[in-house]
Structures are given as structure tokens and as C-alpha cells.
Write a protein that binds this ligand. Sequence first.
Ligand code: MTE
Length: 317
Amino acid sequence: MLIRRPRGWEIPERDATPEALWTRRRTLGAGLGAIAGGLLGGRNAIAQEDPSAGMYPAMRNMRYRVDREISAENDATTFNNFYEFGTSKTIWRAAEKMPIRPWQVRIEGMVEQPRTVDFDDILKAMTLEERVYRFRCVEAWAMTVPWSGFSLKQFVEWCKPTSSAKYVVMQTFQNPSVATGQRASWYPWPYTEGLTIDEATNELAFIATGLYGKPIPRQNGAPLRLVTPWKYGFKGVKSIVRFNFTDQRPKTFWEQLQASEYGFWANVNPKVSHPRWSQASEEVVGTGKRVPTQLFNGYADYVADLYTNRQDERLWA
Ligand code: MTE
């Protein structure tokens, strides 16, 4: 039987609405940003050691435009969810311990040839670009983020799945000696996410390897993480080590923990509330403003067709 344990994003209902809480959180965020700013030299030094540093910045793809300011880099890199390193938002220092080279990626399941590939060889095989996307967390906060990386469609084609594959399942590394959050045995590690092949080959689905024109920092999911901007942020599995092509729909990390609150599809919809809070509006991190949530996070033109034949499913988280 599932034992209900509160998680970092699950603030009690009594705390969920007051604006003061948001303001406090933002002020805290700003304070941390300032501290982080003081250490920026250190973080840049880490980026420079990265063997892929010379590949950034990648050319921005102007097809993907967002009518919002790009979020401050300090907000995106110091206000994170990465439960492997703790349930608070301020795990960026803890995540610095994660070794990201060498980084092997396993491609397996229903593919022509299962193989293990070095991450830097994947980078060389892909066409890198930058995309500015809206990012919407299920907790009702949002950012606008310049990701660099490659389209998941390009990568899926490179993996050569067979026609039997219906899903691609992605998993994070497992190493409790550095990711101390993984010592919490009630979580179903490793973090697992999945997409249907038609979602994974939609033009929006993206594998981010960079952020703000540099290699992606560890706290954001180095060296590679998923970005699906029309879905809630928890779909964006970080620090991927495995792509498994299968005909079975996976049970994802959050679905295993609380299926009634975090489903497989997790598409953004302002009209479908989370069981414990409204999704009608979102706090834009760093601005103090709340704005209306958009269907599919503003990307309906790109993705609504994916779901026309799935209306009997629970498409919204
Ligand atoms: N991936 C792993 N492996 N572990 C996590 O805890 N958190 C998810 C997602 N990917 C998470 C993860 C959640 S809840 C969100 S909102 C986003 O990462 C946060 O991404 P960010 O820290 O880059 O903003």
C-alpha cells in the first residue's frame, strides 16, 4: 500500500495560497541568488572545465518565440527540483558533487542495435541549437529558459527504434554515494519518465545539454535532460543514462508515488486543477507576477493533435 509522504513541492493547503508565502519564497530566492552571484566565478570555472564548453553558445532557433522575458540565470540555476540531492529548492551546491565525465548512455530495448555510447560522442553526432521555451512546474511557478541541445526527434532517429517501439523510457543515474537523496528508500529510484514515440518525435521535444549559452549545470540535469515545454516540469527527467524503447507504457517516478496527482501525460491545462491547488494561474519566477496559465503551456498549435484520439485518458496531471 502506498504510504502518503509529503514532498518538497507539496506545501500544505493552508500555505498554498497566501501571496506572502510567494513573496517570502521569492525574497529567499533573491537572497540565494545574491549569494550564488558571489560564487559565479566558481560555477563558471566548472563550466570551463567541461570538454563540451567550446560547443556553446549554439545558434538560437527563432521558430520558437516566447512573449515573456527570459528568466534570470541565477533564478534558473539556484531554484531547482532535483530530489536525488534533496527535497528543497536549493540543491545546487549539493549537485556540484555529481561527476559528469565520463558519462555513458545506454540505448536499449526495441532498437536495431542496443549500444552504450559516450555522451560526448552523442554531442558530436547531433546538431546543436538554442531554443527559448516557457517552462511550467506543476507547483504553479514558471520560468522562460534558453536551453541548448538537440531535438529528441533527431536523437530517436539516431537510436534506430524498430516499428514495435511505442514508448521511449528515460532514466536518471543511480549513485546514492553522491546523490544522497537516493538513500531515501521510499522513493522509486531511479527517476523514470517516458513519452510515446509520437510525443518524442514531436518537433518541440528537446534534449537539453546547455543552458544560457553554456554547458548545462549539474543542478539543471547535466549532462543531458529532457525538455517537453507543453507538459509539467516533472516530465523533464535530468541526468539521463538510459533510453529504453519499448511497447509497454512505463510507470513513472511520480506516478508510482502518487498516481492520482501526477499522471503519465501531465499536459498543462489551466482548467484542470491539481487535487490540492488551482492550475489557473502561475507565478513567473523573479517578477512577482501571476499570469494566466495557457493550455499546453501555450504550445497547443504544436501538440494538440497528439491527443485527439486519446480523449478518454487522463491527459492532464
Ligand atoms: N529529474 C530528476 N532526475 N529528479 C528530479 O527530482 N525534478 C523534476 C524535473 N526533473 C526532477 C527531475 C521537476 S519536479 C521539475 S519541476 C524539473 O525537473 C525542474 O527542473 P529545473 O530544476 O531545471 O528547473
